[in-house]
Design a protein. Sequence first.
Length: 336
Amino acid sequence: MLKIVVGAALALLSASCELGNLGLYLYPQAASPTGIQEDRTQGPLAGLEVVGYLPSYKIPTLEASQVRHLTDLVYFTLAPRDDGSLYQDILTPEKVDFLRKVKKEFGTRILIGVTDHNRQGALATISKKPLLRHEFAVRLVAFLEAKGFDGADFDWEYPRTEDLDSYAELLDEIHRQFAPLGLRLSVAVSPTRPLTRAGYDAVDRVHAMIYDDYGQHSTLENSAAHVQEMVDQGVSPSKLLLGVPFYGRGYTNHGPAWSSAVSYKTLRQRYQLTPTQDTVSGYYFNGKDTIRRKVEFAKAAGLSGVMVWEIGQDTSDDSSLLGAITEARRHLATPN
C-alpha cells in the first residue's frame, strides 16, 4: 500500500509550486503576522511537524527567531553514564534560559537529545539491566520535569544486533514513564541501521536520518526510497519524520570529497545560489525548491513531518530553508 502512496506522492511533485516569501521577524518581540504560531488544539500547520536539531555550541550564534518555524527543538546533546545518570555540563543556566525563552515565545516543544556514539557504551550497559533501565527512566523524567522540558530524543550510533532487543526494552520502559506525563519520546535512526519493530513501536516519533548517501547525498528520489525502506522495516508512516540536511557534501571525483561537508549558510556566503539550485562548485545540497518538494512529499506520503539536521546551518534571510519549509506548509494548509 505505501509503495503506491510513495509513487503517487512523487508523481505529484513533477512541478514546483511558486510560494510567497516569508517576512522577517526579530526575537523577542511579540509575534508578527508572518510568525508561525502552531495551534496545539488543531495540530501543526498542514498537519506536518517540523523538528530541528540544535547543537549546544550553535546557540550563541543562532538568531533565535528561526525557532518560530519549528514544532519541536532538540537540544543536542547530553550523554548517559553507565550508572544511569546524565552528563549535564553543557546544559548551562544560560542555555536552559535560552530554551525556556523560545518555548515560551514560540510554543515550541523542547526535547533533550541523549546520544551515545559508542556501540558498547553506556546505553548498552543500561539497556541490559532491568533495574538500571527503570532507574534511568525515572531519573530522566525527574530531569525533564525539573527543567520544564517536553521529552527526550535518543540517538545511539549504533546498537549492535545483539543489543537491539534490550534497546527496545529500554525505550519501552522510558515510554511507560513518559506517557502519563505527556512527555514525548523520539529516536533518530538510519535505514541502514534499523531498530526492531518493538523498538519502533515503543516511541512516539522516528527521525529518519536519510542523508549522507554517497554521490548526491539527499535527493528527493533517494529520500522517497529510504522512506519506503523504513516503512518496510516496521515504522508507521504516521510517526516517521523525513530528515533533511542543511549542509552540502562533495560529490564529484574531481572536486571536493564526499567527506567534505559545508553548511548551507556557508555555501550561501560563498556563492550566489538560486532557489532551484542543488549543486555548486562540486557540492550537492538541498536548495529551497528541493526542500519545498520534500515537505510536499512528506504530506502526500502521510508522514508526520520533516526533521532538520541542523538549524544552526541555516540562513535567516529570505534564502532560509526553514522559511522554505514554512512556505510549503502554509501553501499545503491553504484551501484551493
